[in-house]
Design a protein. Structure first.
Length: 157
């Protein structure tokens, strides 16, 4: 895939939503100043083949529609913004992030610990992130976690 068409897309539903016309990508971020959608041709690619800056944002949801992208596309996000762990801000575009709304993960799990959790709504994610349990888990994770890129497959809803 060398040339890719980019449309504005829709903020909802969150995640990658495949339609007959292409794929809509949307990601909630309360603190991001920018988001890049990274597309990969293969699981063993050392870096993304295409990086698309997402310029559309609606109510803290970054979104883009790619008419050329079909099911099976491998992707991740790079999020720009503040790095202030004490305030809960951990934006780092050097890290490739897994889509939090993903329905399938391709490839081997990393050797370190990984937690994948599904959420019913943005409200339930926000409630969890504001909970004392989450804050305690982040303290542990920030001390011991090592992050690794994942490839993700978009699945029709």
């Amino acid at each position: 895939m060398t040339t890719i068409h980019v449309w504005k897309g829709q903020p909802y539903p969150l995640g990658a939503t495949v339609t007959p016309e292409g794929t809509n990508f949307s990601l909630f971020s309360e603190n991001a100043t920018g988001v890049d959608l990274c597309l990969f041709d293969t699981l063993d690619a050392p870096q993304e083949n295409i990086r698309i800056p997402i310029t559309e944002q609606t109510d803290q949801v970054w979104h883009v529609f790619l008419p050329d992208v079909r099911p099976g596309q491998l992707y991740g996000y790079r999020v720009h913004g503040p790095w202030d762990p004490a305030a809960g801000h951990r934006c780092n575009p050097a890290k490739l992030l897994l889509d939090p709304y993903v329905t399938a993960v391709e490839g081997e799990a990393p050797k370190s610990r990984v937690v994948l959790q599904a959420w019913d709504s943005v409200e339930s994610i926000q409630a969890w992130r504001n909970s004392p349990q989450y804050k305690e888990a982040r303290k542990i994770g920030d001390k011991y976690a090592k992050f690794r890129a994942f490839a993700v497959e978009g699945v029709p809803q």
